[in-house]
Design a protein around this ligand. Structure first.
Ligand code: NYM
Length: 212
């Protein structure tokens, strides 16, 4: 910045239902921001590379059954085990583009019978609060045109509808809600603008804690 002091990176989270194009868009954001000279790292949750991530992967692949409460806590623990790394990078001035975060955690578990949003939020309270949350929406018709869901747990139309309803209920005014039913290029251009604006705006702002 103008005073030559180190400014922090931004925490930018991209959320949405399965098949909304999050992963494609996040990799493009990393490429485009990096080639424009920004220091950016891509992260995704669940992070399947850790021991907890492996347990989550086996659950999602239906290789392992886990109690719904327990798996909710595993998803949360998988975020907490990355917090020290995230804070370090942000402090060093690297911005993080994060593919799914605690909002997915809440919306997917709360789509199960017997779970409410308030219980689901508890284990993620206190995580670093994103500077920007982008929520990619996709109507079920538009999602259907993208072809079949994958083989993993949760990838069924009825369940995804409940998840989308939960996202709609969780959305706060500050979220950027964007219709993902457009070309990869046009969506990317919109997201790039949001990221650049966020990095500019938040570099001298404090980093808050989630849901506090
Ligand atoms: N998911 C993801 C959850 O149920 N809870 C969470 O906290 C997170 C981060 O995992 N169907 C679900 C959503 C997806 C699945 O994510 C795997 P991805 O982005 O397809 O790897």
């Amino acid at each position: 910045n103008a005073h030559g002091t180190q400014t922090r990176g931004s925490l930018i989270v991209i959320e949405g239902c399965d098949r909304s194009g999050k992963t494609t868009q996040c990799s493009l954001l990393q490429e485009n921001l990096t080639s424009s000279g920004y220091s950016v790292k891509l992260m995704k949750f669940p992070d399947r590379t850790t021991v907890i991530g492996q347990m989550i992967n086996d659950y999602l692949a239906c290789k392992q059954d886990v109690d719904d409460h327990a798996v909710h806590l595993l998803f949360s623990a998988n975020r907490w085990e990355r917090v020290s790394m995230m804070l370090k990078l942000l402090e060093q001035g690297t911005s993080l583009i994060v593919d799914r975060y605690a909002y997915s955690g809440v919306c997917y578990t709360a789509a199960k019978r017997g779970f409410d949003m308030s219980w689901c939020k508890q284990p993620d309270i206190g995580l670093p609060r994103p500077d920007t949350i982008v929520y990619l929406t996709l109507s079920s018709e538009a999602a259907a045109k993208r072809g079949n869901y994958g083989e993993e747990r949760y990838e069924q139309t009825d369940f995804q509808k409940k998840v989308a309803d939960n996202f709609a209920a969780l959305t706060e005014d500050s979220w950027k809600v964007i219709d993902a039913d457009k070309s990869i290029e046009n969506l990317q251009a919109e997201l790039l603008d949001i990221c650049k604006e966020t990095i500019k705006r938040s570099s001298d702002q404090p980093l808050y804690k989630l849901w506090t």
